[in-house]
Design a protein around this ligand. Structure first.
Ligand SMILES: [Zn+2]
Length: 535
């Protein structure tokens, strides 16, 4: 608190941001129909919006990474314009991709030199920030970014997103039931965003549970005050946002008990949380005979697997997947008639996507990686054929739900990451595991890089676990010491890892298995084994 005075400008900005959102929300309340019209209108202006974004955020800035790649490939703005108007956005993007206009995930993070033909470029993550952006709500990722990188999300962008939430809430029948947000506190933005979103649709949450405690993640005084400021500001506008309440994952039974006691005559709750948190909740409710009614879940942060989806359905509840990332926010919104557990509609009014076979670094697996491009010029980061580190399936099918009628004809599902380990809502970046496997563990416990391997997979109950395979040839290893060392290395300085550590130690996510590391199809032992799976 000693630097409260230096925090005042930051807090004032935050207050201005949240109050501007709430004022708009109050003045122009969004209905599902109105939301649908806004989305349909954006779709009808998709080409124009894309071209405007390319012109104003890329061609107007000579230092834009994409401008450098486009110049090198010989595209002037007029060439892009002609391509889009004659062949459409996706074809134009495919053409650009084939001439080296794309960014892979390591290039995006500044961890790899981008080599295109004779040319090479060293980009930094901040080079991809929207150059038009002046102000907004400033958040840090709960999972994937280092403490130094915060993302400023323009108000306009947050507002543009409320329409998906409001429209989807009707499709997924989440408008009326009491809403519970079960997501972490600031500096991770998700918890606060979903509180604001439900307030926007006229169903302010009744509870905000957080998986992380202040004492683990040590939010700055500013972050703590920002959370409070948001709650006070909402109250000022007559929207009651609950204060966050920390519940240790091992005490998830308390949430189940609270829901049972507070269900009353409501058919169920509307809950936004991580897939594994929902699984924990269902497991506890089953065990203790607590009622959850026909609770509907919006699940994010990690794959909604067959197993998790089945458990939820068996208990009479429903689950819809949400897919997004910090740089782009929502990418896919759960289909009301899902065919796969994580069957979603791709938000094509704000993004375009290509899929290209991509080799995974430090592995010999190749995947159909997503390459996204931003259509709206308010996006916090600008993407032009840019990877997020995910792959999956994109297909057109007729589902009959409201999103299809709007024109969201592409479904996105079975989304997985090829560069992050995701468990219990926390992530760990694959390339950061390399030194652990190659140096830290062998120098402490002996053996070499091929004696250790990280594998992410669900355990028998469906909970995501991170297994560390340790070669049985190595004797006398203290499991606790090994786990401790992994935590120590993860916890050194980065926010993401502080979160991971907090989640993972609560959830007992890391398990050690005395097994030989799994070789790839070509016989290599890689530090991070990607289990390709559909479940
Ligand atoms: Zn649908």
């Amino acid at each position: 608190m000693n630097n409260i005075f230096s925090n005042i400008p930051v807090l004032y900005k935050h207050y201005k941001a949240t109050s501007a959102i709430l004022r708009k929300v109050f003045k122009y309340p969004l209905t599902p129909d109105k939301s649908g019209r806004i989305i349909a209108d954006r779709l009808s202006r998709r080409n124009e919006n894309f071209l405007e974004t390319v012109e104003k955020t890329i061609y107007s800035f000579s230092s834009s990474p994409y401008r450098l790649l486009l110049d090198r490939a010989g595209y002037g703005f007029q060439d892009v314009y002609k391509l889009v108007m004659t062949r459409g956005i996706e074809d134009a993007l495919g053409d650009m991709y084939s001439k080296g206009v794309y960014i892979d995930i390591l290039e995006f993070k500044g961890k790899k030199t981008a080599v295109r033909g004779e040319a090479s470029f060293n980009f930094r993550e901040k080079d991809f920030s929207n150059p038009l952006l002046t102000t907004g709500l400033d958040t840090k990722s709960g999972g994937t970014r280092s403490s130094g990188t915060s993302i400023v999300v323009p108000l306009e962008y947050i507002e543009q997103h409320n329409v998906y939430g409001v429209f989807a809430a009707r499709e997924n029948n989440m408008m009326k039931n009491p809403a519970v947000i079960w997501l972490p506190i600031l500096p991770a933005g998700e918890g606060l965003f979903f509180n604001l979103r439900f307030a926007a649709m006229g169903n302010p949450p009744v509870k905000w549970f957080s998986q992380v405690d202040e004492k683990y993640i040590k939010p700055s005084a500013t972050d703590k005050l920002k959370t409070k400021t948001s709650i006070w500001t909402a109250a000022l506008y007559g929207k009651k946002i609950p204060a966050p309440e920390f519940i240790d994952m091992r005490k998830t039974v308390n949430i189940a008990r609270w829901m049972d006691a507070n269900l009353g005559n409501a058919p169920g709750f509307s809950v936004v949380t991580y897939a594994s948190s929902a699984l924990r909740l269902i497991t506890e409710a089953k065990k203790h005979n607590f009622r959850l009614g026909e609770t509907a879940f919006w699940l994010m942060g990690e794959p909604l697997t067959d197993k998790i989806s089945e458990e939820i359905r068996d208990f009479g509840c429903r689950a819809y997947s949400l897919y997004g990332c910090n740089e782009l926010m929502i990418i896919g919104q759960g289909c009301a008639n899902p065919r796969q557990p994580d069957d979603m509609h791709f938000c094509k009014d704000k993004l375009a996507v290509l899929q290209r076979k991509t080799d995974v670094e430090h592995s010999d697996v190749s995947v159909d990686a997503f390459y996204f491009s931003t259509i709206l010029k308010s996006s916090p980061k600008i993407f032009l054929n840019t990877q997020t580190g995910d792959y999956g399936v994109i297909e057109k099918r007729s589902c009959g739900c409201g999103f299809e009628k709007l024109g969201f004809t592409e479904h996105i599902h079975t989304v997985r990451s090829f560069e992050k380990l995701t468990a219990e809502g926390a992530t760990f970046i694959g390339s950061d595991l390399i030194p652990l496997v190659q140096k830290v563990l062998p120098s402490e416990f002996g053996g070499n890089a091929t004696d250790y391997q990280f594998v992410e997979e669900p355990d028998e109950s469906g909970f995501p676990r991170l297994f560390i395979l340790v070669s049985p040839d190595l004797g006398g290893i203290d499991d606790n010491r090994l786990k401790e060392l992994v935590f120590e290395t993860m916890g050194s300085g980065e926010y993401s890892h502080a979160y991971s550590r907090s989640y993972w130690s609560q959830a007992d996510t890391i398990r050690i298995k005395r097994e030989y590391p799994v070789p790839t199809a070509r016989g290599k032992i890689v530090p991070l084994h990607i289990r390709k799976r559909t479940g």
